[in-house]
Design a binder for this molecule. Structure first.
Ligand code: 8YV
Length: 326
């Protein structure tokens, strides 16, 4: 008998076929949004799950699913995992690093350009038939090339953004991270470490690329926003909850900062209603890694982690291998 695996969300058919060669699959190709209780019911007799950042793997679920051996996330972020609880129960968590770095960095840059150059707002103006003449200050935004980019969080994606900014757009790149990069990496990225206070004060554009953790909750809130330039833009491609969305909406409404580009939201897919009503914000539905090539690579890596672990006991990109207590 093949091991039983749950594929919790819709996925590329080719990836499902690959999983079916090794496992008895229960899949969710209709992409029904299961409640936590329904997810538990589906998972109870399974040894593995293919999941995304939307499925919460917590202590309650783990206690109800004693056969579970691996949770394979089709995402690099894994704040949906209670990793200590998983380790304590001997459940491996895996994620999909590297394969999405460049694509996500591209999107960060796209959102920065769209926000600074008022792309959404001006397109809406044109589509709604309001364009009847040229004007000297029509949708005049802020400069991207040659300006100062602040990056909060300087892992793989932050570094990929820094390279685009410094080498492609001649930007001055400053960053803040708990641990400073080694000198060689700083030099390749042409990036300078500064304190968080200095980052907020100096940057023309602030890009958030840090992973979500309890410490990172509301890393940018009302206080931080007042420390930024009134002409500054903020881009969040990291995780909802890193920005205090209610405080951001207030700041955007009152000109504390100029504009924001947001791909992630607190409590998504819900979006703070105040943000929806503002014109100086570009909003996208968590699509930073969304190219077919990258999503395929992510799905294959997530599948390969399941196959490798359940057939050979090793995984390609494990998160808590060393912490597992059997
Ligand atoms: C995923 C992401 O598409 O990888 C991540 O951490 O945020 C996105 O690339 C999303 O989380 C769905 O799993």
């Amino acid at each position: 008998m093949k091991p039983a695996v749950l594929v919790a969300r819709a996925v590329f058919p080719a990836v499902l076929d690959k999983l079916a060669l090794h496992f008895d699959i229960v899949s969710n190709q209709d992409d029904v949004l299961w409640s936590p209780a329904q997810l538990i019911t589906k998972l109870q007799d399974k040894v593995g799950v293919f999941c995304t950042g939307s499925e919460r793997i917590d202590a309650t679920l783990l206690a109800a699913c004693p056969d579970l051996k691996i949770c394979s996330n089709m995402a690099v972020g894994f704040n949906n995992f209670d990793l200590p609880a998983m380790s304590a129960q001997g459940v491996l968590g895996t994620n999909t690093p590297d394969v999405l770095t460049e694509t996500t960095a591209d999107f960060g840059f796209a959102l920065l350009l769209a926000t600074a150059r008022r792309l959404s707002e001006s397109e809406h103006f044109l589509r709604s038939g309001q364009w009847n003449r040229w004007r000297y200050d029509m949708f005049a935004g802020s400069e991207v090339h040659g300006s100062t980019l602040g990056i909060l969080g300087m892992g793989r994606i932050g570094q990929a953004i820094a390279k685009r900014a410094a080498h492609g757009f001649g930007m001055c790149v400053i960053y803040h991270n708990r641990s400073r990069l080694d000198m060689a990496t700083e030099s390749v990225c042409k990036a300078t470490w500064v304190s968080k206070a200095e980052l907020l004060k100096r940057c023309d554009h602030l890009m958030l690329v840090l992973p979500y953790s309890a410490q990172a909750h509301h890393a940018v809130g009302a206080l931080e926003l007042t420390q930024m330039k009134p002409t500054a833009t903020l881009v969040n491609i990291a995780r909802g909850g890193i920005v205090d969305d209610a405080a951001l909406a207030q700041a955007l409404r009152h000109g504390v900062i100029a504009a924001a580009g947001l791909d992630v939201f607190e409590g998504e897919p819900a979006v703070h209603p105040e943000l929806l009503s503002l014109s100086n914000v570009v909003l996208t539905p968590h699509i930073a890694s969304a190219t077919i090539k990258t999503r395929l690579a992510m799905a294959h890596l997530a599948a390969d982690n399941l196959i490798a672990y359940l057939t050979e006991g090793t995984a390609l990109t494990p998160l808590n291998e060393k912490l597992l207590k059997f």
